[in-house]
Write a protein that binds this ligand. Sequence first.
Ligand SMILES: Cc1cc2nc3c(=O)[nH]c(=O)nc-3n(C[C@H](O)[C@H](O)[C@H](O)COP(=O)(O)OP(=O)(O)OC[C@H]3O[C@@H](n4cnc5c(N)ncnc54)[C@H](O)[C@@H]3O)c2cc1C
Length: 324
Amino acid sequence: MTKVLVPAELLDGNVRSHTLSAISAARSITEQTGGSYDVLAVGEGASSAAPALAAYGAEKVLVAELAGGYCAEAYAPTVAEVTRTGGYAVLVACASTYGKDLMPRVAARLGAGIASDVVAIGIEDGRLTYRRPMYAGNVLATLRLRSGVQVVTVRQSEFAPAQATASASPVQQTPIQTDAAAERVEFIGIESVKSARPELTEARVVVSGGRALKSADNFTSVLEPLVDAFGAAMGASRAACDAGYVPGDLQVGQTGKVVAPDLYVAVGISGAIQHLAGMSGSKVIVAINKDREAPIAQVADYFLCADLFDVVGELTEAVKALKS
Ligand SMILES: Cc1cc2nc3c(=O)[nH]c(=O)nc-3n(C[C@H](O)[C@H](O)[C@H](O)COP(=O)(O)OP(=O)(O)OC[C@H]3O[C@@H](n4cnc5c(N)ncnc54)[C@H](O)[C@@H]3O)c2cc1C
């Protein structure tokens, strides 16, 4: 019987979809081992997020209201203490920026082993196993953690958001913990990029551009109309980000964001292994490239061998016509 804790990821008191993927992973564990999972909401707006969190089948929802914005140093002591006192064996969060920032700090406090970026959870000889990509996705490793408490972050693309259940979980308050490390850090403010487009890691359609776009202006005049015709999020290769055509937060790949939308359109991207590491889990991949030998052709479901400057405008008009 395994007790699992899911630290919820919130934004302005709302539950982010990353949390629902983490709940799916928690369900996968409890279905295989027996046991149950609880959800812990820490931070400003935790109480207002509790009713939404209570709809996902947790044994209980724990709430620790903490004023101020997100700071891993401030959140980690509470997550660690709830884990200790609640006797949890596994902690699961999504391998989002939040999960990657918070969970290693929690693991360090607990002396726990951590399996990050997990794509599948299994059981062998009665012990949990975690499958995760390594070497830019060239190999898949299967890990077992030896520590008493196990900390896990899972890829959102591999764990579909949990569906709500009919019953509501009870909600309990839990105290905030603090320590010397937490007190050395103060949250001052956050400056986030506001975009009318969907968030890259949560979008159902992603249109990405590569070095072949040649300039920031071409991203705006050639690629963006296609992105908006689809109602998609915009992504980019590292070469395009490094060249300054678009900001670095649009980078898809091993050292960027991992996406797995229903549709991924790669425009003028060669498909280097580091780029594929961030998008090859997409359901349908369309590539536009003038080199039919480009590596992206090996993962593309549809490959248009053409000069992007000749075809993207026409494709944009076709998508607009279909949508209207
Ligand atoms: C440690 C490490 C981490 C990395 N992490 C990442 C990462 O996270 N994400 C990432 O993307 N890369 C990453 N890279 C870089 C990666 O190796 C590639 O250099 C990069 O992805 C190439 O970007 P690109 O495909 O846009 O450019 P290129 O490789 O230059 O490809 C451009 C493509 O456009 C095609 N093309 C050119 N002109 C046209 C045209 N007019 N019409 C149509 N097609 C055209 C070409 O045939 C070519 O296939 C990493 C590299 C390292 C070493």
